[in-house]
Write a new protein. Structure first.
Length: 143
């Protein structure tokens, strides 16, 4: 499971679809509807919020918005309506790590997208996050 801190616009088609599916799986985990992935480290930052499920729905709403921009038809009824929430902190080194991780994936999977992202001067975070100084998150599994 990878719940990217990057803006969903960076993802290729298969990455965006996978993010939606994995986000819905994460939603099931947080709402107690599954026995797997209960201790998945990527869920830690959502569990640390006052309203984990609402926070994850806000995360998924931004993924849905990107899907609409691309002409996809992700089912918005799979998440609850979203109200504005405070932004979650995101260390700059975590964002940089994830961008490099995505580039590594895209190098083989989508060489055109890889080439278009290489010169990116400023990495945009997912709209749920506010970037600040800091190292990689402790929950991140190094690859």
């Amino acid at each position: 499971m990878r719940l990217w801190s990057l803006h969903p616009s960076y993802l290729d088609s298969s990455g965006l679809v996978a993010l939606w599916r994995e986000g819905l799986l994460a939603r099931k985990v947080l709402s107690g509807q599954t026995k797997g992935y209960l201790h998945h480290p990527q869920l830690q930052r959502f569990r640390e919020t006052p309203h984990p499920l609402q926070t994850l729905d806000a995360y998924l709403k931004a993924v849905h918005d990107e899907s609409l921009r691309r002409g996809y038809h992700f089912d918005l009824q799979k998440i609850a309506p979203v109200e504005p929430l405070p932004l979650l902190p995101l260390p700059e080194k975590q964002l940089e790590y994830e961008f490099r991780h995505l580039l590594n994936k895209l190098q083989n999977r989508d060489p055109l997208r890889y080439a278009s992202l290489l010169p990116t001067p400023f990495i945009l975070p997912h709209p749920l996050f506010q970037v600040g100084p800091g190292e990689r998150c402790p929950w991140e599994k190094l690859r």
